[in-house]
Ligand binder design. Sequence first.
Ligand code: NAD
Length: 237
Amino acid sequence: MPDKKLLVVLTGAGISAESGLKTFRDAGGLWENHNVLDVASIEGWKRNPELVHRFYDERRKQAFSAIPNEGHRTLARLEKYFDVRIITQNVDDLHEKAGSTNVLHLHGDLFSARSSKNPLLTKFIGDAPLPYGESSGDGGVWRPNIVWFGESVPNMTPAMELVEKAGIFVVVGTSLQVYPAAGLLDYVRPGVPVWLADPNAHEIRVERRVQVLAKPAGQALPEIEQQLLTLFTIAHE
Ligand code: NAD
């Protein structure tokens, strides 16, 4: 049974674009000028670990100094009225910086490292670079704590369970091309209102009826906020 006050939001790289962090689809399938499979696959890491570590060192530095935008802030504000749960494909921490308290990262995060042998062995590294080759003490080495293409996504199970209970579902800033995350939309119960916010919404194929706002997150999310507050007749302070 969907919980009417449970607002589940699936976010992707696009929500952080207005904070200066580049998406990769917008650059023709490249992520900061790199072929995605060179920097976001286990094969790429084995081929050239130094390059991969340097790539994430750079992303970490950028994300560390990035500031949340109106899109992130709107989602944090909505916690006053709804039980907001964010499922993000992003590896930055801009939702947390904006004040969101329930954020599930599907693809890992930039600010910790994990053992190459055991994804559950992690350590916080903050904004520090992660040198290649340092022992993680279990026979492995520390590597970026990012879920790379082809690796399993342990947080998919809690994400699917959350989406099944959602009373409202919002998708923002994702091309819905990266699986299994893109499949989450299939778990939304019939009758649950769904919004999609993305300036390139016309390029995104969605099977079910959704309310589309073809605008950047910083504009679209405050509009969705207004619609939600009206729909649920909550007086906006
Ligand atoms: P994507 O790059 O495939 O798609 C980004 C989407 O954002 C596109 O549909 C684009 O139209 C949209 N977009 C662009 N500007 C926008 C804006 N201002 N507001 C709203 N939407 C906007 O991203 P994805 O679907 O998240 O998949 C990419 C993968 O790359 C993810 O797994 C993620 O881990 C990783 N990634 C993360 C970051 C980050 O953490 N900030 C940045 C780049 C890539």
